[in-house]
Design a protein around this ligand. Sequence first.
Ligand code: ATP
Ligand code: MG
Length: 349
Amino acid sequence: MAAAVAFTDLENLAETRSLDPAGSKEEFAYLELETPSEHSFENIVGKSATLRKVLDQVAIVAPTGATVLLYGETGTGKELFARAIHNLSPRRQRSFVRLNCAAIPSGLVESELFGHEKGAFTGALMQKRGRFELADRGTLFLDEIGDIGLDLQPKLLRALQEYEFERLGSTSTIRVDVRLIAATHRNLSAMIRDNHFREDLFYRLNVFPIEIPPLRDRREDIPLLAQYFVLRHARQMQKHINCIPMQAMEALVNADWPGNIRQLENFIERCVIFTQGEALHVPQAELSRSAASAGSTFETATRQVIINALKGAAGKIAGQGGAAQRLGMKRTTLQNKMRRLNISRDCYA
Ligand SMILES: Nc1ncnc2c1ncn2[C@@H]1O[C@H](COP(=O)(O)OP(=O)(O)OP(=O)(O)O)[C@@H](O)[C@H]1O
Ligand SMILES: [Mg+2]
């Protein structure tokens, strides 16, 4: 059983006490001031049963060299898990090479992956090795794999199946020994159905899928994560913060965190910036405002109605029984609203 980083256990730190600087009797949970022990699990903080299950899967697959597909919402830690898998594998001494398929223009992805010869295309002034070559005998992490263009997918499939490819502008075949880890926040099955992702490539990637659960499904981890980020940012800002008010901690635990751990970390960083004393200053109004607005505004109501229609239509937008028909609106109007509200049909297929 893989253990999560035993950084510090808020409940066991116990020792809540009443500070009484201005007659108030607010309870404070104490943060441990020791440096968190660096653990082989790559700073993956948390001890919830949900997280442990994921860590178990990581521990099982890491040494095997099998292809891993990490999927989950944004900010859940997919990249952190990818690095953990590499570091727990026999390839750990070799490179971990990452390519974010969504971050570079689609026309350049091919040469980034496979490299090119001098003069292969306008602007190819020098020969360049691609990420596959750079990752030889190491791990290649293809982030946002769902964003890879249909045109490139057959070539990627061949490279993953045969471990061979040609640089752009070259006819000589290069062979590599690469372990692949891919990640996506998209629903690849829905993309296959819409002909945006090749089924054969999906099966090649889906050898060992691991779902990284959203933070709201592992709220027990929030106190530990909050502490971890407070200490990290306080150290960077050379502040001495040793406690989090209990009430603030409760608000942190109960917030929804749609941006998951990344959002929590950024929020804590802001709290640390605002903190002047030893107790973390948490603008709870901000947390409850987001909770309240999440339940009341017109925008949220619209959002809910659209999501319900998408669920009812299994992600289908247009045509008979589609979400647009259910809502009595034009397909394009619905699509515009979805774009504005950042709703993806993939999630409801
Ligand atoms: N369990 C965890 N313990 C500590 N830090 C974490 C944990 N999970 C995620 N983080 C931190 O949260 C941030 C977001 O994680 P990461 O970039 O791995 O998410 P992601 O799933 O790849 O997000 P996206 O889909 O947006 O790319 C990073 O700074 C990462 O270090
Ligand atoms: Mg990522």
